[in-house]
Design a protein around this ligand. Structure first.
Ligand SMILES: Nc1nc2c(ncn2[C@@H]2O[C@H](COP(=O)(O)OP(=O)(O)OP(=O)(O)O)[C@@H](O)[C@H]2O)c(=O)[nH]1
Ligand SMILES: [Mg+2]
Length: 286
């Protein structure tokens, strides 16, 4: 597969999820490292992704990036912003960047992201980086596609640990306090530490990495922390759990969307009939 074919496959996934998925089914996939970069808007995720790409490219690894844009359609501002910020890598053969609108994709963004990750694996990238805004349940769910979830926080942006959405802290494997050149970074680190102390230790204590993404400070540490987490997943046997977690979420999202679609189109009006109709339809599709 070349980049053109990969682009086409992604468009197919977005425009005709069923067809896209059947195409994916027959492709051989690499055991890529899948890293999620999530956090509040403007925390510096794209700038960090850019730095991470550098880290991986320097050791010869190929990188596929998926930037899930929370608000604007494909032509929107954030998409262009991401393009510009990541432009250093635009001419690099070992890098592929795709932005996806989180609204407007058929079957929902979650299905599409899960499927696009599969397409990236089929292409054979060593590393897949997914940037999402961890602002709501949908975005948190997207994080389940990743083996390692990096949560990016920054001082002075309302990233008060107490106020973070439930669920987002729990899903973080590595914490990043970005914009460490700004006041309040140390206090933010302390509050994350305090929060981690009361949370349950299940063998992995999420490290807190301080970065200044704009200068590259701390990026190497972040790369190292991600590597350590991956190593931990493999040595503890938890990598398999992560893979299963992702597969299950993927299946859940695809099926939920199918069910929703069938219910919407169902000519039946009574509860039992609707249930029967859904089950009949699902059986016919499988
Ligand atoms: N001072 C400072 N500014 C930073 C740092 N990292 C990123 N920025 C700036 O913060 C702004 C947002 O950075 P992005 O990388 O676009 O942040 P993002 O989280 O991807 O933003 P969205 O995708 O819009 O949610 C940009 O103007 C960056 O230049 C940092 O470490 N220090
Ligand atoms: Mg961004």
């Amino acid at each position: 597969m070349n980049y053109r074919e990969l682009s086409k496959l992604i468009s197919l996934i977005e425009n005709d999820p069923l067809e896209g998925r059947s195409r994916l089914r027959n492709l051989k996939k690499k055991d890529s490292m899948v890293i999620g970069i999530t956090g509040s808007p403007g925390a510096g995720k794209s700038t960090l992704v850019d730095g991470l790409m550098d880290c991986y490219r320097r050791v010869g690894k190929t990188v596929g990036v998926i930037a899930v844009d929370p608000s604007s359609p494909f032509s929107g501002g954030a998409f262009l912003g991401d393009r510009i910020r990541m432009k250093r890598h635009f001419t690099d053969d070992g890098v592929f960047i795709r932005s996806m609108a989180s609204r407007g994709s058929l079957g929902g963004v979650n299905d599409a992201v899960f499927d696009v990750v599969e397409a990236y694996k089929a292409f054979g990238f060593d590393v897949v980086l997914i940037e999402t805004v961890g602002a709501g349940q949908t975005e948190i769910e997207v994080a389940y596609v990743s083996q390692t979830v990096v949560l990016v926080l920054s001082p002075g942006s309302g990233d008060d640990v107490q106020m973070l959405k439930a669920g987002i802290m729990e899903i973080a494997d590595v914490f990043v306090v970005n914009k460490s050149d700004q006041p309040g970074a140390d206090a933010l680190v302390l509050s994350i530490k305090a929060m981690l102390e009361i949370s349950k230790d299940e063998g992995w204590i999420p490290p807190i990495v301080q970065t200044v993404a704009t200068t590259g400070k701390g990026i190497q540490d972040l790369c190292q922390s991600i590597y350590e987490h991956q190593k931990y997943l493999v040595s503890s046997g938890k990598m398999t759990d992560r893979v299963i977690r992702s597969e299950k979420k993927h299946a859940e999202h695809v099926l939920m969307n199918m069910v929703r679609e069938i219910i919407e189109k169902s000519p039946c009006m009574r509860f039992e009939e609707i249930l029967d109709d859904v089950i009949k339809n699902l059986c016919e599709r499988s």
